[in-house]
Design a protein around this ligand. Structure first.
Ligand code: FAD
Ligand code: DLZ
Length: 507
């Protein structure tokens, strides 16, 4: 008999390890362990989501005829690690062989490779592109850009295709997807009342992880496949039609806007990515969602999601250590809820604390943009994103943070850094009107928006690296055309801002 490992983000009955196992003979091992709760200080909602979903999934496997050896966090003989639990169960069941679905993090892949049992790691086939597909695609290319990879994934899945051409004759409708939000947000993610299992887990998480950054309650997330499917159906019906239009928008007090809030469910296995895309495609075919919404959404999943996973495994275990721009500043305290006068950052961090969620543009163009402009150590930025979001697992978080957001991989993912002045935030949000800084102050005034100051500071300090980048030439020309005393004022003010921030003053 074999042990069959199922991790907390592998909660699907189509996991490769389960498919390779024999229900009548093998024992499924699932374990809540200290090592997995402690490699970063996860948001309490994330730990509760994972534990509750693990417990319900274990019960479902048992109902389905599997023998499941489940370890709860508080079990007295809990060894505290995945390998430790495998060893304990190996002794209990006189087993020496383990079938595992390859984890989504090099750290755990390595731990399984060094576990003194015979562990076979089979590839996780919840993805559309296999490691081999991605590596074949990447081979011989100078630049690994998402757009071309995405087209291959459209062809492979046949989603929104007319033969071998894209539906509507366009691969990408992004130019229709940049409207600033306005008016009432007429939708919200579906909420679920905690059942007995969830309540038990909430008590445990409160007792053990109450000090972690983030609010545990209210807890209204889906914790099993049936609930997650209801959340998906609700999204497709009520939210998808405007998803495209307002994909990049930000609004005061509105955490979710017209976003799906499905990433955590997909990442832990409660929803299948292809099932999600097919539901969206069907809504478009039925005339219930416009093409820009359906294509835009499907691109996020079979394009970006698949692509970042490909990059994570293609680039190897040192990826999270990369620091191409040599940024070394400590992450400011306001990322952990300390006070800030920057309204957009304050709002993004606040909803991160309450929900464990921020949408893509908040992650990329507010907290990510600020960290990059201010020169924060990308490893600290990476650990922050890995901690604070309920959907954060290294295979998806690291390429988004180290690569897309911080340009720390030296341009593997992005052809230029995602930096912008306050103008972008002013255009796409209503935060600036309530901010104590002035987004229209561009000459180094005392109350100038820090994004305006730091934007030029970034360009100036990285001139050697970026002035030859064709996509940044205009920015350097604008900077160079400014009067010298104005440039001096902006840089002085930016340095003063950074100094205050480093000294722990409220900025
Ligand atoms: P929607 O905006 O409704 O998008 C639909 C779906 O597309 C998402 O559910 C998700 O599955 C997928 N998706 C969209 N963009 C991406 C992307 N760039 N990479 C991968 N999948 C994508 N996503 C995570 O799932 N986990 C992370 O840890 C994570 N960390 C991020 C860190 C940074 C710095 C940035 C810039 C982005 C990160 N993302 C991460 C991507 C993206 O922000 C989230 O997937 C998205 O905000 C989840 O919310 P949603 O379900 O409402 O997504
Ligand atoms: C994130 C997480 C947490 C908090 N706890 C557990 C756990 O106790 N047991 C478990 O099997 N998985 C957990 N996980 C998910 C793992 O950390 C995840 O499988 C790896 O990061 C690989 O993606």
């Amino acid at each position: 008999m074999n042990l069959v490992l199922v991790l907390g983000d592998q909660l699907s009955d189509r996991m490769a390890a389960l498919k390779a196992a024999d229900k009548s003979r093998d024992v499924v091992v699932m374990a809540e362990v200290a090592d997995e709760t402690a490699y970063v200080g996860h948001h309490p909602k994330k730990i509760a989501l994972i534990f509750a979903a693990m417990r319900k999934f274990a019960a479902r496997l048992q109902d389905d005829g599997w023998q499941v050896a489940y370890t709860e966090l508080d079990d007295t003989d809990n060894s505290g690690s995945i390998c430790g639990e495998l060893l304990r169960r190996a002794e209990q069941f006189s087993a020496s062989d383990v079938i595992a679905t390859e984890p989504g993090e090099w750290r755990l892949i390595d731990a399984l490779n060094h576990c003194p049992l015979k562990v076979q790691q089979v590839e996780d086939d919840r993805f559309i592109a296999t490691h081999r597909d991605f590596n074949e695609w990447a081979k011989g290319r100078n630049a690994l850009r998402m757009e071309y990879f995405y087209r291959d994934m459209r062809r492979k899945t046949d989603l929104m295709m007319d033969g071998d051409q894209p539906a509507g004759d366009q691969w990408n409708y992004d130019h229709d997807n940049r409207k600033p939000a306005s008016g009432e947000v007429d939708t919200a993610p579906m909420q679920f009342t905690p059942d007995e299992t969830v309540e038990e887990v909430l008590d445990l998480v409160e007792a053990r992880f109450g000090e972690n950054f983030g609010e545990l309650r209210p807890f209204t997330l889906a914790t099993d496949q049936a609930q997650a499917r209801r959340a998906l159906a609700h999204f497709v019906k009520s939210t998808l039609p405007k998803f495209g239009d307002y994909q990049d928008a930000m609004m005061e007090g509105e955490a979710f806007l017209w976003h799906a809030h499905l990433s955590a469910y997909i990442n832990i296995g409660l929803l299948d990515p292809l099932e999600v895309c097919q539901a969206v495609e069907q809504a478009w075919k039925n005339g219930d969602a416009p093409i820009n919404a359906a294509e835009g959404f499907i691109r996020q999943i079979i394009g970006w999601r698949e692509y970042v996973r490909g990059i994570y495994f293609h680039e190897g275990p040192d990826y999270t250590q990369r620091n191409g721009l040599q940024h070394a500043r400590d992450l400011p305290w306001f990322y952990w809820g300390g006070e800030t006068r920057m309204r957009c950052v304050g709002q993004a961090v606040d909803q991160t604390r309450t929900e464990g969620y921020a949408h893509h543009i908040q992650r990329l163009m507010v907290t990510g943009n600020f960290a990059l402009l201010a020169g924060i150590d990308p490893h600290q930025v990476h650990e922050w994103y890995l901690s604070v979001y309920i959907d954060a697992f290294e295979w998806v978080e690291a390429p988004n943070t180290i690569g897309m957001s911080q340009f720390a991989d030296g341009g593997v993912i992005a052809s230029k850094p995602y930096v912008s002045s306050g103008n972008y935030i002013k255009k796409m949000s209503d935060h600036c009107g309530k901010c104590s800084y002035n987004v229209n102050a561009k000459d180094g005034e005392d109350d100038a928006c820090p994004f305006n100051l730091l934007y030029w500071h970034f360009l100036d300090r990285h001139r050697d690296r970026f002035s030859d980048n064709g996509r940044m030439g205009n920015m350097y020309r604008t900077w160079d055309r400014m009067a010298e005393d104005k440039r001096g004022r902006i840089l002085d003010r930016a340095n003063a801002f950074l100094k205050s921030m480093d000294n722990g003053q409220t900025v």
